[in-house]
Design a protein around this ligand. Structure first.
Ligand code: NAP
Length: 290
């Protein structure tokens, strides 16, 4: 069984962007991105820290705007408005999940589409649905596509089954692979789907984004299928240094020996999501100069 590690293709993107930044005129504008972090959620803080490190690595300027868990939706919208109006800023990312009193869609749609490096604004999602790949494409699905491309796995004519229909992962992944460039036949499953296992077993490529730790097992996977585990979950583990360990949405041990290939967690889709965010930031920067 092949292990589809994301670190190599992610590094290739980082290297390419580093060279692009080095080639920029001295004293001119540099790609600049703002990360908005609401609350004290541990995983969210870790993700933002990773994104900041990656931005530094490629030579971007980054800022983190930290807001308390109790911030009102109106106050958050005001912060976003200020960032939208800041001409020195090319990318804005509001780290999900947001506290329950804030509507995620309202916030994502408040970010200027040209600065929407997460790709969650209705305009960018709409372009993707229209089959227009010229917008800012959500980073995790774009990362999955890059992982498959890097390992020479074609999706053309294949049955791609996506488990999960979130705005951030499942839905845009389905639209991406439906587009002619990827040319897959796509099925999406969610909690209302009957007989998920039987559908998952039909997949040539199974993309799992359910947020259920190690839920997918050998009963979901047909022999030789490619399994992309998007999940990242912290599960309590007293033996681990931090008191938890990271697992995916797939029980890798149970799927090994059946799947033809699987992306590991950690070190699979995660690094590519971050690299694709950097790619989107550079794209937003380039468009701002045009
Ligand atoms: N690697 C990365 O960079 C990255 C980035 C983002 C997220 N993630 C991880 O990816 C996973 C999914 O994230 P998300 O934000 O998409 O989660 P989410 O918003 O909670 O969405 C989960 C989706 O899975 C569906 N689902 C849940 N249980 C199911 C079941 N038994 N059968 C079929 N569908 C089921 C839900 O269906 P309903 O719509 O019917 O509720 C929902 O559409 C999480 O583990 C998250 O941590 C990783």
């Amino acid at each position: 069984m092949q292990l589809l590690e994301g670190t190599l293709p992610a590094q290739a993107i980082i290297d390419r962007l580093q060279s692009a930044v080095r080639a920029l005129p001295v004293g001119g504008p540099r790609p600049t991105v703002a990360f908005v972090l609401v609350g004290e959620d541990g995983p969210s803080a870790t993700y933002v820290a990773r994104k900041q490190i990656a931005a530094e690595q490629v030579g971007f300027i980054s800022r983190v705007i930290r807001l308390p868990e109790t911030v009102s939706e109106a106050a958050l919208l005001q912060v976003i408005q200020g960032l939208n109006e800041d001409a020195s800023l090319h990318g804005i990312l509001v780290q999900a999940p947001l506290p329950s009193h804030i509507c995620g869609l309202t916030i994502f749609n408040a970010v200027l589409p040209t600065k929407d490096v997460d790709g969650f604004h209705a305009q960018n999602v709409g372009r993707l649905c229209q089959g227009d790949l010229g917008g800012l494409i959500p980073c995790t699905p774009a990362g999955v596509a890059e992982l498959l491309r890097f390992y020479g796995i074609s999706t053309a004519g294949k049955h791609v089954v996506v488990l999960g229909r979130s705005l951030t992962v499942g839905r845009p992944a389905a639209f991406l692979f439906l587009e002619k460039t990827w040319n897959a036949t796509v099925t999406i499953c969610h909690t209302g789907t009957q007989n998920v296992k039987a559908i998952a077993q039909q997949a040539d490529i199974l993309i799992v984004a359910t947020g259920r730790p190690e839920w997918v097992n050998e009963t979901h996977v047909r022999p030789g299928a490619i399994v992309i585990d998007v999940g990242i979950n912290r599960v309590v583990d007293a033996a681990a240094k931090r008191g938890y360990r990271l697992v995916g949405d797939v029980d890798r041990k149970r799927v090994e020996g059946i799947a033809g290939a699987i992306s590991p967690v950690p070190g699979g889709v995660g690094p590519l999501t971050v690299a694709k965010l950097m790619d989107n930031t550079y794209l937003a920067f380039s468009h701002s100069l045009a």
